[in-house]
Write a protein that binds this ligand. Structure first.
Ligand code: PLP
Length: 416
């Protein structure tokens, strides 16, 4: 009897200990979750989910994974780049709080710079061609940046929007240094006399800035580093190193370069590929070593500047960022495939993505077809379809180019 009583008390004590440690663990986990907050907007950028794209994985027999960059606060992969560009500029002393970051961009980078600049006490000025969709400048202005819409001209022209953006940063620096000089003279005013600060007439740069910095996303390697230090390691960790291939299209080349180089530095077995939209010269550069496009070769470009409806990807020059990429091959994608892919993903997975993400998924299927079943392939879901309502996701717009979707499944990529 005594033994039974002792056994019961031991069981009761054990149960109490287990119950209380369970409650404690539960509580501390909740506490951990509560403490798992991110510090400010900048800290909320990156560490995006990597999701299995079920429809494409099931159809190809590969694990096709998409990095959900559309979940960044500024809505795209470019948030990472904006942060890195600003942080490196501040660290190097080329930009100060109160300074203005300028960029010539009609796209996501401008939106991301406008989103993150205030978190560093900086301003943002964006120069864009006046044929860019009006919603884009509205968003950038609503974010508090200034926008200059200019006539579209060739990149070699001094008034190309990228060249104007570079000039605006120089103007801001001139203004700031004149003001610094003036305040120095002002201190000597009692002995020396007057102070005159000539400010450039009609300058769009506010005279209160502490200086300017041209973000230069195409040539600034902070772009590549954002992906080498952020996106690449995240993909490697999220797949536990079980990754066979990475594929993406290139605009500046920063994503493809940073991720491919990081993954190949971890394992030479990871294969990295480009998917290139119509009108871009990169496919030929990667596969044949020459940079040309069919459109140029046929002399069509001048008559018909329309090459692709995808946005933010495809380029006809080699940028410093793209040159950092380590690639094993490339594929071409068509606009029709990108449109069909976007509708397929929406129907089957509930994924509402933009044109570059859709093209990246076309690339992922091409890689799956090349490597065969059983491989893990990662790509980037750069931004959401919400940024593409007036073109890529507009039936009337697509109709003009005969691009409205007709596919039932993935037959447009040869999958029954
Ligand atoms: C929506 C979108 N997707 C993809 C890209 C291409 O990325 P990257 O510039 O890193 O080559 C861009 C570039 O601007 C973009 O705006």
């Amino acid at each position: 009897m005594a033994t039974l009583r002792i056994t019961c008390s031991v069981f009761a004590a054990a149960a109490i200990v287990m119950l209380s440690s369970y409650c404690y663990l539960g509580f501390s986990q909740k506490k951990k979750k509560k403490n798992n907050t991110r510090t400010g907007l900048v800290d909320a950028i990156g560490n995006t989910p990597l999701i299995r794209i079920n429809s494409l994985s099931d159809a190809t027999g590969c694990e096709i994974l998409g990095k959900c960059e559309f979940l960044n606060p500024g809505g795209s992969v470019k948030d990472r780049v904006a942060v890195k560009i600003i942080e490196e500029a501040l660290e190097s002393g080329k930009l100060f709080p109160g300074g203005i970051v300028t960029e010539g961009s009609a796209g996501s980078t401008a939106i991301s710079l406008a989103t993150v600049a205030p978190a560093y006490g900086c301003k943002c000025h964006v120069v864009i061609p006046d044929d860019a969709a009006i919603e884009k400048s509205q968003i950038i202005e609503a974010l508090g940046a200034t926008v200059e819409r200019v006539r579209p001209v060739s990149i070699t022209h001094k008034d190309h929007y990228v060249n104007i953006a570079r000039r605006r940063a120089d103007e801001a620096n001139e203004l700031a240094s004149k003001r610094r000089l003036a305040s120095g003279i002002h201190e000597e005013k009692t002995t020396n006399g007057c102070v005159v600060v000539e400010e450039k007439e009609n300058s769009v740069i506010s005279d209160s800035v502490t200086g300017g910095f041209f973000a230069d996303q195409f040539e600034n390697l902070a772009n590549y580093r954002a992906h080498y230090e952020g996106t690449g390691p995240e993909i490697w960790d999220q797949t536990h190193g079980n990754i066979d291939a990475f594929v993406a299209a290139a605009g500046t080349g920063g994503t493809l370069a940073g991720v491919s180089r990081f993954l190949q530095d971890q394992s030479k077995l990871v294969k990295c590929f480009l998917i290139d939209p119509p009108g871009s010269g990169l496919y030929n550069k990667v596969t044949r070593g020459v940079m040309y496009t069919r459109e140029e070769a046929e002399g069509r470009r001048l008559k018909n500047p329309f090459d692709t409806i995808t946005e933010g990807i495809g380029i006809n020059r080699l940028t410093k960022n793209f040159l950092m990429a380590k690639l094993d091959g490339g594929f071409r994608g068509t606009d029709k495939e990108a449109v069909e892919m976007s509708r397929f993903l929406l129907k089957k997975d509930g994924l509402f993505v933009g044109s570059s993400s859709a093209m990246n998924c076309v690339g992922a299927v091409r890689v799956a077809q090349t490597l065969g079943p059983g491989h893990t392939i990662v790509t980037i879901l750069c931004d959401s379809g919400m940024r593409h309502l007036s073109k890529f996701h507009d039936a009337k717009y697509l109709d003009q180019y005969g691009l409205n979707p007709t596919a039932i499944g993935l037959e447009f990529l040869g999958i029954k």
